[in-house]
Ligand binder design. Structure first.
Ligand code: GUN
Length: 289
């Protein structure tokens, strides 16, 4: 029963990004710059955004806050994104999700320049990612791969079950694991005999979006469990994952905790993506000279 904490991985990535960011600043005489757009006053989103600004500062990035009121119209948001797309001092634009319900996320994301998309949310970047040649990778699944790598958990030849088929977690997670030579079963809410499948797997990645749903009946003493769920933030109560951590922890080989597991990794991989976008754009401008 190993606890797969992300803290040492976060620190390692911070150190790596800081080195790249220093080298970037020496070469281009400016800092990599992440612009964060937050529409409305969802308390959890405010906490996430604050954490992102703090993380940027620690690796020597410039980060700017673009707070827009909850009543912002879709077109106003799109105009703001277009302005940042054109701004040569901005390397990456993060549009904090969820957006207020009157704004269509897909229409908004269609206006984000893929060269400035640090979340890998645009169709262009997802297409490149699934084709195997993207500058950025979806933050959460890439964060899971970084945890596995840090703890020397090889997935080659392993049977892996991924629960959840979303475009930003489940599907890219299955793709990354398959590229790393795992045999992947992608499960979802209509999957039959789920507990049977998870019990047969060597590794289970749970991204179902169901608070404390998965108990010990889903796992065994050889299971490695990665809990991508994160629930309860902003409510004043503690965070929990999709897995009943206290019940499952003593019964399995290894498990990521919540908090302190996959969650913090998404900021680390966001920093990596922002760094990669800044380098790619600066290189392109250099080549044009
Ligand atoms: N909302 C919660 N997490 C995230 C994230 O990683 N990126 C964006 N854009 N929105 C979020």
């Amino acid at each position: 029963m190993q606890k797969l904490e992300s803290k040492p991985v976060v620190e390692k990535i911070r150190e790596q990004v800081l080195q790249k960011s220093d080298a970037f600043q020496k070469k281009y005489h400016r800092k990599p710059h992440l612009a964060v757009i937050l529409v409305g006053d969802d308390p959890a989103s405010h906490v996430y955004v604050r954490n992102k600004h703090v993380a940027c500062e620690k690796v020597g990035f410039q980060s700017t806050n673009h707070q827009m009121p909850a009543i912002t119209q879709e077109q106003e948001l799109i105009s703001h994104i277009q302005k940042l797309n054109q701004d040569s001092a901005v390397d990456a634009i993060l549009i904090q999700l969820p957006l207020p319900s009157h704004i269509n996320k897909e229409r908004v994301l269609a206006h984000l320049d893929p060269h400035k998309d640090p979340d890998c949310l645009t169709e262009a970047n997802l297409g490149k990612f699934f084709s195997g040649n993207s500058v950025v990778k979806p933050c959460t699944p890439w964060g899971v791969m970084r945890i596995l790598e840090h703890y020397n958990i090889s997935v080659t030849g392993k049977d892996v079950v991924v629960i959840g088929r979303s475009l930003i977690v489940g599907k890219p997670m299955a793709c990354l694991l398959s590229d790393a030579n795992a045999t992947v079963t992608l499960c979802h809410s209509k999957t039959k005999n789920l507990a049977e499948k998870t019990n047969q797997a060597d590794l289970v990645v749970v991204a179902a979006g169901k608070p404390r749903f998965f108990g010990k009946e889903y796992f065994n003493a050889k299971s490695v469990v990665i809990d991508v769920g994160i629930h309860g933030s902003g409510s004043g109560q503690g965070l929990c994952g999709d897995v009943k951590y206290d019940e499952v922890y003593p019964q399995v080989l290894a498990i990521t905790p919540v908090p302190g597991g996959v969650g913090p990794m998404t900021i680390s991989t966001l920093l990596e993506n922002t760094m990669a976008l800044a380098e790619a754009r600066a290189q392109k401008l250099e080549n044009k000279k």
